[in-house]
Design a protein around this ligand. Structure first.
Ligand SMILES: C[S@@+](CC[C@H](N)C(=O)[O-])C[C@H]1O[C@@H](n2cnc3c(N)ncnc32)[C@H](O)[C@@H]1O
Length: 304
């Protein structure tokens, strides 16, 4: 049974996340299954609070009594459950409520008990970083399926103006708090509650355009009217709608964590949505170095 020595070497391999330039990144994947020699087990650290994720495995006994200097609190999330419950705290001192973590010089609010997801998708760190490198002050970013607005906050850090669209009012409120946490005025940005399709059609009708778009939808969802969104079915239409509101020369990041979709199929769905000749190029994104297991995230940077 793998044990703390394996954990210590996984931690050691992630030392570079403490980059001196913009301060340490305190939310990262500490151990990634096969990639770190422990199949079926993943550990994410949020400021020293660890979430152990397992699929079809019990909680590993060797993780039960970790020293407090290694791990402030220990949580368990089962990835094999149908009903997607919040992680449960098994040991240590849980944070009294939401708390900030740092990533590449920015802060994001984490809530370990909020639900199945904790507020920040750690696997998108390279895309948030790249987005910051690409945006110029004053440019406009449309962030669809924005969740807690992590891409929007990264855009604001460059002086860009973000429009965040999400079905959920609580997530948009969380996004506003993420702006405030970084000293950015949320009122200088836009938050649109509702269905991404409906907003895109409305934007197209009124002639609004953006310099850049982030499109990172879930695999499935149901909107307020009960309509089902299925990535594999709806992605081409989403891409087509996005291209209608993208300013000439603008770019789009399309991304999915759908493990059942091959990179080739994802690319083909993206291409299906683009009118002939509209795309100049499509370049793949990357996964962070702390995600050492087989890559599953598919990202494409579309240039027009
Ligand atoms: C996987 S998360 C997106 C992650 C986000 N792109 C990020 O990087 O943080 C899915 C989000 O899509 C939102 N959502 C689901 N269906 C939607 C729809 N039809 N229109 C707008 N938002 C939707 C959910 O409320 C949730 O916040």
């Amino acid at each position: 049974m793998p044990s703390p020595p394996l954990l210590l070497s996984a931690l050691h391999r992630r030392r570079s996340l403490a980059s001196p330039a913009d301060g340490p990144t305190t939310a990262y994947r500490l151990l990634d299954g096969d990639g770190d020699g422990w199949p079926g087990v993943e550990i994410d650290s949020y400021g020293g609070h660890w979430i152990v994720q397992t699929r079809d495995l019990p909680f590993p006994d060797s993780l039960r009594d970790l020293p407090p200097e290694l791990c402030r609190s220990l949580w368990w999330k089962r990835l094999d459950q149908q009903d997607k419950q919040a992680p449960q705290c098994l040991a240590g001192s849980p944070p009294p409520g939401p708390f900030p973590v740092r990533e590449l010089g920015l802060s994001y609010e984490i809530d370990l008990a909020a639900g199945y997801s904790q507020g920040l998708f750690l696997d998108q760190r390279p895309q948030r970083d790249r987005l910051r490198q690409r945006l110029l002050p004053g440019q406009r970013l449309l962030n669809l399926f924005a969740y807690t607005g992590a891409f929007s906050v990264a855009a604001a850090a460059q002086g860009a103006i973000a429009t965040s669209v999400d079905l959920s009012r609580p997530y948009l409120d969380w996004a506003r708090r993420n702006f405030t946490l970084n000293g950015f005025d949320p009122d200088a940005h836009f938050f649109c509650r509702g269905d991404s399709f409906a907003w895109l059609r409305r934007f197209a009708k009124t002639g609004r355009t953006w310099d850049a778009i982030v499109l990172d939808p879930p695999t499935f969802s149901r909107n307020a009217d009960g309509a089902l969104f299925r990535l594999e079915h709806d992605l081409p239409e989403l891409i087509a709608l996005c291209l209608r509101v993208l300013a000439p020369g603008g770019w789009l990041l399309a991304s999915t964590n759908h493990r059942g979709l091959s990179p080739a199929r994802f690319r083909s769905l993206v291409e299906q949505g683009a009118p002939p000749g509209r795309l100049r190029s499509l370049a793949p994104g990357t996964m962070p170095p702390d995600f050492t297991d087989a890559p599953y995230l598919k990202s494409l940077w579309l240039e027009t």
